[in-house]
Design a protein around this ligand. Structure first.
Ligand code: ZN
Ligand code: ZN
Length: 416
């Protein structure tokens, strides 16, 4: 037997219903905030991620699916979607068009990580990008959108964790301070951190190794080294989040796993999964477009992991699908069932029927297994009377109705 590739999964009912529910909620919410959808290819030139994400990040050094194509060009399955969106904006010269300044995406990403509960090698993200707005209000509003999406998903105990990572002007002096403080305790740090200490000390703050945590807890705070502009921006974001009713916690050593962030970074965690792992994260990335060859336009964005979000979502109550199963039996009933099904579908209903005859008993069993809400019984008596028995499998109620009243009754959700 050929199985699915390790770290990937097949999705089908009933689990897929939760995915569809989340995606629909996300699309509705993005629409309300004026975002438009963008879909970029799963495959990109490797160079895009090296330049866009940073060659010192775990993603680029350890986790990318990179391979030469048949002509020897290095391609990579996208490990995240922001770089691809930026590439598309630059390539199609969309960055100065206000019509394209608010974008969202929903789709698969690929990282070679150790598979574990809620972590897959093909995983899925929902993300938002706002291009061309440098104001703190843009940060606050886009964070509020993220918080709204988690509320719409009934996530338990969502907490917004907020920080500022400064800018190219003020960060170097903070990084110097951080390096100095960490060098004193170099021997206590894990091997990865010792290496990062040389290449990119900020990455050390991202370490998840337990023995590194006490040292990181005593490291200098990012918010103490901010320049005047970054400080003012940070204060304004906090004020506006308060105004929007989004509660948050300050996390003065929060950095995100990517090099491109400036000023605001944030994560949302859930008490349902423990505080360590974020469900959603993002921040401001003003230099990113330029870094991949575009104009010097500011940006802000976030992404959430669909698989992990679904783990934190309370189970959706079992509900029957709003479909109708036509059970037919007896002379002349098949032809009538066929035309009735066609008629009901034209009125917007979902209808299932068999094309070989079976008893009503066996039909009702099948309808139950298909988890449909409605069964429509069509026998010779019904045909003669021109009244059909509509059974609500959720409540067990049934009534006889003429064909013309069936659609309205089903759409209204049952007996009046
Ligand atoms: Zn600054
Ligand atoms: Zn470490």
């Amino acid at each position: 037997m050929i199985t699915a590739v390790k770290g990937t999964q097949d999705l089908f009912a009933p689990e897929i219903l939760r995915w569809q529910k989340l995606e629909t909620a996300a699309r509705n919410l993005f629409e309300r905030y004026g975002f438009g959808e963008i879909r970029t290819p799963l495959l990109e030139h490797t160079e895009l991620f090296v330049r866009g994400i940073g060659d010192e990040t775990d993603i680029v050094t350890k986790e990318m699916y990179t391979f030469p194509d048949r002509k020897g060009r290095s391609l990579t399955l996208r490990p995240e979607n922001t770089a691809g969106v930026m590439r598309a904006l630059v390539e199609h010269r969309l960055c100065d068009s206000s019509a394209h300044s608010r974008l969202y995406y929903i789709g698969p990403q690929f990282r070679y990580e150790r598979p574990q509960k809620g972590r897959y090698r093909q995983f899925h993200q929902i993300g938002a990008e706002v291009i061309g707005d440098a104001s703190p209000g843009s940060d606050a509003e886009t964070i509020a959108l993220a918080a709204d999406l988690l509320s719409a998903s009934d996530i338990l105990g969502p907490v917004v964790q907020l920080n500022s990572v400064g800018c190219p002007k003020c960060r170097p002096s903070y990084v110097g301070l951080l390096r100095g403080a960490l060098l004193e305790r170099r021997a206590e740090l894990c091997g990865d951190c010792q290496r990062r200490l040389e290449a990119n000390p900020l990455r050390v703050l991202d370490c998840k190794v337990p023995s590194c945590q006490p040292i990181l807890d005593e490291a200098p705070r990012l918010d103490e080294g901010l320049c005047e502009e970054c400080h003012a921006h940070h204060e304004k974001v906090k004020e506006l989040l308060g105004l929007l009713g989004v509660s948050f916690q300050l996390k003065p050593r929060l950095v995100r796993g990517l090099d491109y962030y400036v000023r605001t970074v944030f994560e949302i965690t859930s008490s349902a999964l423990g505080a360590q792992d974020a469900l959603l994260g993002g921040g401001r990335y003003d230099g990113l477009l330029k870094q991949i060859g575009g104009p010097d336009a500011p940006g802000f964005g976030w992404a959430l992991g669909v698989e992990r979000l679904l783990m934190a979502m309370p189970p959706v109550p079992e509900e029957r699908l709003g479909r109708t199963y036509i059970a037919w039996s007896g002379e002349g009933t098949y032809a009538r069932a066929l035309s009735l099904a066609r008629d009901l579908r034209a009125r917007g209903l979902a209808v299932i029927m068999e094309h070989s005859e079976r008893s009503f008993k066996s039909s009702l069993k099948r309808a139950d297994r298909l988890n449909v809400r409605w069964a429509l019984l069509l026998g010779e008596d019904e045909l003669k009377a021109e009244k059909f028995t509509l059974k609500d499998l959720q409540t067990g109620e049934q009534e006889a109705l003429p064909a013309g009243e069936l659609a309205a009754r089903i759409l209204n959700g049952g007996a009046s």
